[in-house]
Design a protein around this ligand. Structure first.
Ligand code: SAM
Length: 284
């Protein structure tokens, strides 16, 4: 029986066999701590279901997902890793490696097809940090929702997703994420468990589909409105809203009707307040 791919010995054996080095441009940092990979897989909520992974690397997390899921579909951009994964994951016949840039694939279509076969579809990944936000927004903005997303990201980014109002990490990303999902940090990850070791610490964040959502009529317009409210963080909400093209008296009325003072900043408003403001804004 082989040691886990995430073990130092097995990772070194695979890297040596394929004369492989980590490509910085693809955000490659391979996990070399089997206990942590196992724990991430246990938390992914994909047991006996279908799991989508982005960036399998040499297969450390993929292996632990394959031990639990019915099927794992993993998207890898680096052509050097396709043969490596065929070798490292050869024991697992429930894994499909797709050689494609995740940002280019048709996510809606994939989820639509998978929903015909599986009760639950989840995403689990140690994300390449240079494209964390585009990857997550591709999933968030998809018409077909997944049930749960468990991803390792840079610690500072994790803090933003989960931030409460009036804290330094709270911004438009926090509001938009919290509108769509219940987000929480489930693990803190030290930089020492990677090869090569990055300059930052990481965290595993989990996004669960909301059971009840306070909805708006047009989500895309709501997200643009929220981004506009935070455009210049040090400016008041009133001054940021002025940039969105309505008359000063209309903006004043909107802020006043929402029960807010004219000097308030966007960071002091929670999700429900943004929804209230947006609905007033649409009507005026
Ligand atoms: N899952 C492995 C692990 O935990 O050890 C590797 C994670 S590494 C941080 C990120 C992985 O994402 C690398 O394998 C990299 O090649 C891959 N990647 C980067 N950009 C990608 C993209 N646009 N689409 C798919 N995979 C990508």
């Amino acid at each position: 029986m082989n040691k886990p791919i995430a073990s130092v010995a097995r990772t070194n054996e695979i890297l040596k066999k394929f004369d492989l080095y980590a490509k910085k441009g693809y955000g490659q940092n391979f996990i070399i701590e089997p206990g942590i990979v196992r724990k991430i897989a246990e938390n992914a909520q994909g047991d006996n279901q279908c799991i989508i992974e982005i960036g399998p690397g040499i297969g450390a997390l993929t292996e632990q997902l394959a031990l639990r899921a019915k099927r794992v579909i993993a998207y890898e951009i680096d052509d050097r890793l396709i043969d490596v994964l065929a070798y490292s994951l050869s024991e697992y016949n429930n894994v499909e490696i797709i050689h494609e840039d995740f940002l280019q694939m048709d996510f809606d279509q994939l989820i639509k097809e998978l929903k015909k076969q599986y009760e639950k579809i989840v995403v689990c990944a140690n994300l390449p940090y240079y494209i964390t936000t585009p990857i997550l927004f591709k999933i968030f903005e998809s018409k077909e929702e997944v049930d749960c997303i468990t991803v390792m990201v840079q610690k500072e980014v994790a803090d933003r997703f989960c931030a409460n109002k009036s804290t330094k990490d709270y911004n438009a990303l926090s509001v938009i994420t919290q509108y769509l999902y219940d987000a929480k940090t489930i693990m803190k990850i030290p930089r020492t468990i990677f090869n090569p070791k990055p300059n930052i610490d990481s965290a595993v964040v989990q996004f669960n589909k909301k059971s009840e959502k306070n909805t708006v009529d047009n989500e895309a317009a709501f997200f643009e409105f929220v981004k506009g409210c935070f455009k210049q963080r040090r400016k008041t909400l009133y001054n940021n809203l002025k940039e969105l093209g309505k008359q000063p008296e209309v903006i004043k009325k909107c802020i006043d009707d929402a029960g807010l003072s004219e000097t308030i900043r966007a960071e002091a408003c929670d999700l429900d307040k943004f929804i209230e403001l947006y609905n007033l804004w649409r009507e005026l």
